[in-house]
Design a binder for this molecule. Sequence first.
Ligand code: GTP
Ligand code: IMP
Ligand code: MG
Length: 339
Amino acid sequence: MPGYIVVGGQWGDEGKGSVVAYLAMRDEPEIIARGGVGTNAGHSVFIGGKKYAVRQLPTAFMQRKARLLVGAGVLVDPEVFFHELEHLKDFNVSERVGIDYRCSIIEEKHRILDRTNGHLHGEIGTTGSGCGPANADRVMRRAKLARDVPELEPYLTDVAAEVNEALDEGKLVLVEGTQGFGLSLYYGTYPYVTSKDTTASAVASDVGIGPTRVDEVILVLRSFPTRVGAGPFPTEMEEAEAERLGLIEYGTVTGRKRRGGGFDFEFARYSARVNGATMVALTMLDLYDRGAFGVTDYDKLPAKAREFVEEVEERVGVPVGLIRTGPELEHTIDRREVI
Ligand code: GTP
Ligand code: IMP
Ligand code: MG
């Protein structure tokens, strides 16, 4: 299984970061490439009780043997990039990272527009990271590219060439997506969406691989989905109920409160279809059933949690190969051999 992609199946924050980090440590891919929109995404991972948040670099930075790549489709904010190199310096990231020379650059004017424009900031509730305005400039064909920024020069590469060569040699390549299906510019709850498609096909294109090179698409679904910003959320709960269930969280990028809701089987099934999912990674099972916290063996899960997993498999129509039962990387049930 040389090429696999991890994408979000709901409204982002499904815990893709921890799934990708787990896979990177367990499977030891030689290349970890990030697709997706840009610095609007915030993935957090806990390693040894310490929280690391990344918005630009691949979330699986902790796999020291891997080359870390940012695909041509991803927006690059040089300030965030250099900040993360510093934040992650214990992991020797700067020696292993490569940015495609064709990435569009997020400039200050994009961030300012994203934070002051009434439509973007006020109505849609964007992250203010400048992604929408920067993608608009790319479409207008006036964007600055990574190759135009001298400070980025040491990191520039052809990500598409590197990834395809690795796949030709039978090496394992892990590709990370960002956001989630409900935020896709095409398939999400338009206009309350991000500035680009977020499905697995778009993520493959971001890093320069064709659909025939993707062997597995892992769709990450939260047992209780969340949504930040405005827009429809059919299974949304009253705030008090979400609070009671411990679902109220705050965004990694914006610090905004996440709205919480129940699992929407219909939506998840549709999302799995359009993404071509071959496997589901079900996260936050410990929020569904407290007794599931930290369990690493499927047979040791409480009956209520197991019944939920079975219902997801049946109603979404895709096997659940990975289950997350807590924030630490080891809080994972890996059933990939069992299925
Ligand atoms: P986006 O690209 O923004 O969608 O990021 P993401 O999908 O990586 O998720 P994000 O890190 O924003 O939010 C998920 C949060 O839940 C993080 O704080 C994780 O550490 C935490 N988390 C991940 N898996 C689990 C789990 O199974 N149980 C619990 N309790 N927390 C988890
Ligand atoms: P933008 O991507 O900053 O333009 O924001 C558009 C919409 O997508 C807003 O509702 C944001 O809250 C949402 N969004 C963008 N990135 C993320 C993410 O990583 N997690 C959750 N929501 C996101
Ligand atoms: Mg997030």
